[in-house]
Write a protein that binds this ligand. Sequence first.
Ligand code: G3P
Length: 216
Amino acid sequence: MEFFLDTADIGEIRKALAWGILDGVTTNPSLVAKTGRRFEDVKRDILALVPGPVSLEVTAEDTAGMMEQAELLAAEGDQVVVKIPLTPAGIAAVVQCTELGIRTNVTLCFSANQALIAAKAGATYISPFVGRLDDIGHDGMQLVEEILEVYEAYGFKTKVLAASLRHPLHVLQAAKMGAHVGTMPFKTMEQLFHHPLTDLGLQRFLEDWRKVPGQS
Ligand code: G3P
């Protein structure tokens, strides 16, 4: 499973890169707004740091506008993946991006039928929003399972990018289902490392090590 960080915060990206397990980054307009920085600056900094796939979202609402933004974004670097919302205009833009060889991440997916449409359009990634479905009392992870089943049935190459993951259990469930990618906030990625028995065990090892003659 590939690990993507869902952030536009450069400090968080630097920390996760230092761990050596970061495969890519996803951003969205809300995450960029949260930084308080200009999009141009955020984009430049992320692309300079991250060699893996970086999802940058279009904000136009019509196909022509999306395509104009998509071509500009794609020209910024080989690692750019253009994030496009799952609307009729967005899907038409995905079809055009596919024809032009521009990689896409279709976002705001809340049903398996939407995911089927994205795959037919040739999307590189589909992003089902797990946490946001949980928020309204649905089973977000069931959507990931359904999409994997539908894609498997037809051999679609579109990768399932489990998004809106909010806690370590979400990551584990997505991994057990075989989601190709999980994108998560920095806090969730950091939580994956921790287990109280690891901390306790390490503390004991270090205490015992100090008892070994010749050590201090
Ligand atoms: O970037 C898309 C998605 O991961 C957003 O997550 O927590 O805002 O629902 P969230």
